[in-house]
Design a protein around this ligand. Structure first.
Ligand code: FE2
Ligand code: FE2
Length: 133
């Protein structure tokens, strides 16, 4: 089971690094890059969250290793739905926003990116606890 979890963690590591960089860049994003970067993020999140929650994905491997983390995994899964929807909403609004409305949008974007960074950090800590147990 551990080999399975280690393998999955290593398989999605490149994607986790990509996501981390994008989240960081988006925190300081200006209006010129907002729409293309949000498009990149929503595409990446669709694939990333699917790879974590699909049958045989990261969360299945965590559950197979220990049921102790069931509640934590369920919370992370609920956060996927909320964050996907928040990012899609931001993208839709960014496409329509006049420059004057973009300040509020960028502030909101920073908050969503903080939530996403926090989600990834807790997820990573959970996986590391299991791998080092
Ligand atoms: Fe996740
Ligand atoms: Fe993740």
């Amino acid at each position: 089971m551990e080999a399975n979890l280690s393998q999955i963690v290593s398989d999605i590591d490149v994607q986790h690094q990509h996501l981390k960089k994008l989240v960081n860049d988006l925190k300081d994003c200006d209006h010129v890059h907002l729409v293309p970067m949000l498009e990149e993020l929503t595409t990446l999140l669709d694939d990333h969250f699917m790879r974590e929650t699909c049958a045989g994905g990261l969360y299945d491997a965590v559950g197979a290793k220990s049921m102790e983390h069931q509640e934590e995994v369920e919370r992370l899964e609920r956060e996927h739905v909320l964050m996907s929807s928040a990012c899609r909403g931001l993208l839709a609004r960014a496409k329509l926003a006049a420059e004057s409305a973009e300040h509020a949008l960028l502030l909101e974007l920073r908050e969503v990116m903080k939530c996403l960074a926090d989600h990834e950090k807790r997820e990573n800590n959970m996986v590391n606890r299991l791998l080092n147990a």
